[in-house]
Design a protein around this ligand. Structure first.
Ligand code: PEP
Ligand code: MN
Length: 357
């Protein structure tokens, strides 16, 4: 198995292969670091034309040199069948499908067909849109083509504006849902493309580790400031070493038994509180049923905006007094209120049925 469960499985190398010297200098800088796979884009999918689009096939030879000189396996992005064929012909060990390609099932199918029967490991970045089905769909197309070693790479999602402070906001729930649905696949994080800013790469990498990701893909360049692509987010090999040295790897279970016992104790209390919450919810729903019957009898509307505003107001005040986020509490009560409305409407539907029959 290429993705052998190393924790974290680290992939590093420049956004783009720019020159033979830059590629070899990066690889030399990674010597001694726990990096398992070298990355470099040789065909670059640029959003607008007129920017550096990669060196193409000659750069594959520089990657062959990395493999020969440093014994480090190498990977490139492929976006067309011709890229796949060239990568295979040059002994590239692993290929990845970029975020702008994963969105397009036609293109992913062409790539799957080009890789059919080769057994090369493939990394699949999430699509630029926050659509988990497209991500899983791309993985399934590769599996149907006989590719067995697949890893998913989370690189964040396109959004309008930069209010979040991320270049591609992470929407962590999406990769976590992928992990829940496909626990068999290694899940890596690309904190470089998520943050878009070298100052935030380390904290994003740590968040991914705290969420039980299996590995990291980090853009690394000997002189990040003058990189021909993604200059703002690349880090030097020395900075990568610092990042990896300071990374805390958390596990689900601790060998510290008294720590685990304390955790179990808290969890038991949480379970008790959850049971009480459900009992209270059941009482609340029974009351809304009673109210629904009265509304039906007196021909009152189910939805009464004034009453809902009153509930929101009460929730906000009480939440603030208890140091809870008012937005969180109101969002929770929107769900509860919706359920009350649904139940009351169903009582009214019964009335219509009685009339029809
Ligand atoms: C890259 O890895 O350099 C790249 C282009 O990534 P993405 O497909 O995530 O934008
Ligand atoms: Mn990049």
């Amino acid at each position: 198995m290429f993705f052998d469960g190393a924790k974290p499985f680290v992939i590093a190398g420049p956004c783009s292969a720019e020159t033979r010297e830059q590629v070899l200098e990066t690889a030399a800088g990674l010597q001694g670091l726990p990096v398992r796979l070298f990355r470099a884009g040789v065909w670059k999918p640029r959003t607008r034309p007129g920017h550096f689009e990669g060196r193409g096939i000659p750069a594959l030879e520089w990657l062959q040199e990395v493999k020969r000189q440093f014994g480090l396996p190498v990977s490139v992005e492929i976006a067309e069948p011709a890229h796949a064929e060239a990568a295979l012909a040059h002994g590239i060990d692993v290929v990845w499908i970029g975020a702008r390609t994963t969105v397009n099932p036609f293109q992913v199918q062409l790539l799957a067909d080009a890789l059919r029967g080769t057994g090369i490991p493939v990394m699949v970045k999430n699509p630029v849109t926050p659509d988990i089905e497209l991500w899983i769909g791309a993985i399934e197309r590769l599996q149907k083509a006989g590719i067995t070693e697949i890893a998913a790479v989370h690189r964040g999602f396109t959004s309008y504006g930069s209010a979040s402070g991320y270049r591609n906001p992470p929407n962590w729930m999406i990769p976590i849902e992928l992990k829940r649905r496909r626990p068999d696949l290694p899940l890596f994080c690309d904190p470089s493309h998520i943050s878009g800013d070298r100052k935030r790469v380390a904290e994003t990498a740590q968040k991914a580790m705290d969420m039980k990701f299996d590995g990291l893909m980090i853009e690394t360049h000997p002189n990040p400031e003058v990189a021909l692509s993604d200059a703002a987010q690349q880090i030097s090999p020395a900075t990568l070493k610092l990042l990896l040295d300071n990374l805390t790897i958390r596990t689900e279970f601790s060998p510290n038994l008294s720590g685990m016992a304390q955790l179990d104790h808290y969890r038991q209390s949480i379970d008790n509180l959850d049971a009480e919450l459900i009992d209270i919810l059941a009482l609340r729903i029974r009351l809304s049923e009673e109210i629904g019957l009265m509304k039906k009898e007196h021909n009152l509307t189910v939805y009464q905006p004034g009453r809902w505003r009153e509930i929101v107001e009460n929730c906000r005040n009480r939440a603030a007094a208890k140091h809870l986020s008012p937005d969180f509490v109101v969002a929770l009560f929107e769900k509860i209120h919706d359920e009350g409305v649904r139940i009351q409407l169903s009582l009214f539907e019964g009335a219509e049925k009685e009339i029809i029959h």
